[in-house]
Design a protein. Structure first.
Length: 614
């Protein structure tokens, strides 16, 4: 096949639904295909002999030519002579294709219309020091028939199930989408079996093995007027390529070596919005935390006039934030960041503001405020000082943010990257989200995810700056949570403020997350009372059902006390006539001890401590 126009004559087309890519180290997804011939394990495993890959992007009018991956690059065998010990080659690709995908015997004539389709992922071997050697995983494997009305007995018992290859793959696979030519699948006639139960249309993959079987007479040709020799000659005359290879699933991309200066990423805020809209339904997707993961920094670098990701310390859009003047001369960096921030908050906001209102958003500072270039800490520059270059820059970045549904760890952290084998700077939101998840698992969301007991960042080798006590207090006053390094204690998140400026219980993460947890729990309970009679008995059941939930939190020091009211006081005749049932819940959330005040008092030797205290 030399062009896309010839696809109409194909017997079957496999689409790359996941839009995966193949990089210039041959890593990516590959598809293999085999039929049910020579399934006997005493015969050769030779369905796959080569790995074909692509080394350039396909044009819009033609298809790229394939390049065979050298066998020296493969840690695994593609074929094996047999499995009786002569040439075992355990776990060869061909053995997986012929006998590893299906657990039952498909060598019988009843399966002459079936194909084995395997989706393999070639990846860098984790067991060899040579970074160019490839290993494989079988990500997906299917056995199905080409007949539209084909069925097979259910292995778990019950009614026969659909065995047509299109629904078998298309409804299960996240990567593949298959179309079978309707003239082959008999979609219109819907008759796919002979009277004896064997398939009317058989399918064979064009391989050396097929040619040998045709010429030796092991496979007969039933088409009138056609001989085996004529059939093989026709395949050769039409320049049909043999299908005894793994073929690449995806377009060619240099991926990790792409030039970030020329890469077109599109409008990032719009992409974030589309992605978050997929999880907007809180009844389908149970979310508690959503980290920014530095996407605001990416957009600042991409869309800023001079705000490149690897910018210098004099970039105007960033430098404009480093001033105590409340009126900025250049708001571009902040505006670009807030374009991303607002997309996340559109999901996190309470329902009255159009959001889900059941999760907390962990935002990040702009990287260039703290770190520039590959590894230049701004605070290490002798011309930079904390107050102007860090404090005011961070303050200006978030000064228009006002919500108790978001929190900010005011730092970037350095970690070891296994992929590049070097230390890299990453945002702190992912680590803070992990701290919250760990706190949930060990105690509960009502506990503060900070401090030496629960706030340590694991796997972090460095931070952009380590604020001292006074600097931590300054950051805390503007609702930013310091990440600092303490001798003997490691790198620790030392704050749990939300971005709420109003003094209230909700300016702390543990209180906001406590309410989110109880609101979710209450919602799950109350859904079973919808359409129940609004009677005294139902209202009593509501209180009795909710009480254990709140008692558990109270016993775990999440609440000082609570009160649940669901009776005639808030369910008046008017409320009942409106088909409503009202539940009022009053809470006294537990406050955390974030400031420890220790007073040392000297007293006389003859002083009675009890009298002194009283």
């Amino acid at each position: 096949m030399s062009s896309l126009a010839e696809l109409g004559g194909a017997g079957m087309i496999v689409f790359n639904k996941a839009q995966t890519t193949i990089d210039n180290k041959y890593r990516g997804h590959y598809v293999g295909i085999s039929d049910n011939t020579n399934i006997n394990p005493a015969s050769a495993f030779d369905a796959i002999k080569y790995v074909q890959t692509i080394t350039e992007a396909a044009s819009t009018t033609g298809l790229s030519s394939y390049t065979t991956v050298p066998s020296t690059r493969l840690k695994f065998a593609l074929s094996a002579t047999d499995s009786d010990g002569t040439n075992p080659a355990a776990n060869s690709i061909s053995e997986v294709m012929e006998s590893g995908i299906v657990e039952y015997d498909i060598a019988a004539r009843a399966f002459d219309d079936t194909l084995n389709i395997g989706l393999f992922r070639l990846r860098q071997s984790t067991f060899l020091t040579d970074a160019t050697t490839l290993d494989y995983n079988l990500d997906e494997g299917y056995n199905a028939a080409i007949g539209y009305s084909r069925q097979i007995y259910n292995q778990q018992g019950g009614k026969p199930v659909n065995f047509f290859i299109e629904p078998v793959i298309n409804e299960k696979s996240p990567n593949l989408h298959v179309f079978v030519n309707p003239y082959i699948s008999k979609q219109l006639s819907k008759v796919v079996l002979n009277d004896d139960g064997t398939p009317r249309n058989k399918v064979r993959v064009y391989t050396d093995q097929l040619v040998d079987n045709l010429t030796s007479g092991d496979i007969s040709v039933t088409t009138a007027g056609t001989t085996a020799a004529a059939l093989t000659a026709a395949m050769d005359d039409n320049d049909l390529s043999k299908a005894d290879s793994l073929f690449p699933l995806g377009a060619y991309s240099e991926s990790y070596t792409s030039d970030v200066e020329t890469k077109n990423t599109g409008t990032l805020p719009s992409k974030i919005e589309r992605s978050l809209n997929l999880v907007r339904n809180d009844e389908l997707y149970d979310l508690d935390i959503i980290p920014e993961a530095g996407l605001g920094t990416v957009w600042v670098g991409l869309s800023g006039a001079e705000g490149f990701y690897f910018d210098d310390q004099t970039t105007p859009s960033i430098s404009a934030l480093r001033t105590s003047n409340p009126v900025l001369s250049d708001t571009q960096a902040r505006d670009n960041y807030m374009a991303v921030y607002n997309k996340f908050m559109a999901l996190a906001n309470p329902p009255q503001e159009g959001g889900r209102g059941d999760l907390i958003f962990v935002a990040d500072p702009i990287r260039q405020i703290l770190v520039t270039g590959t590894n230049n800490k701004v605070i290490n520059n002798p011309n930079k000082v904390f107050t102007i270059d860090l404090y005011w820059a961070l303050r200006h970045q978030f000064e228009s943010a006002e919500t108790s549904y978001a929190t900010v760890p005011a730092n970037w952290v350095r970690v070891f990257d296994d992929f590049s084998s070097q230390n890299v700077w990453v945002p702190g939101s992912g680590f803070v989200s992990a701290i919250m998840a760990s706190t949930d698992a060990s105690i509960g969301p009502w506990s503060a995810p900070a401090g030496f007991n629960r706030g340590q960042l694991r796997g972090v080798v460095d931070i952009a700056f380590s604020p001292n006590q006074r600097q931590r207090d300054d950051l805390y006053k503007i609702n930013l949570n310091p990440i600092a390094q303490f001798q003997g204690q490691g790198i620790t998140l030392f704050g749990q403020k939300t971005l709420s400026r109003k003094p209230s219980a909700f300016d702390r993460v543990n209180v906001r997350r406590l309410f989110l947890f109880l609101e979710k729990s209450t919602k799950k309970v109350m859904q079973f009372f919808v359409f129940e009679p609004n009677s005294v008995f139902t209202r009593s059941r509501v209180v009795n059902t909710l009480t254990p939930v709140f008692e558990r939190v109270k016993a775990a020091d999440g609440l000082y006390d609570y009160l649940i009211i669901c009776d005639e006081r808030n369910n008046t005749p008017t409320v009942i006539d409106n088909n409503e049932l009202v539940v009022d819940i009053y809470l006294k959330p537990t406050r955390t001890a974030e400031f420890i005040i220790v007073n040392f008092i000297a007293s006389r030797t003859d002083t009675n401590f009890e009298e002194l205290v009283s």
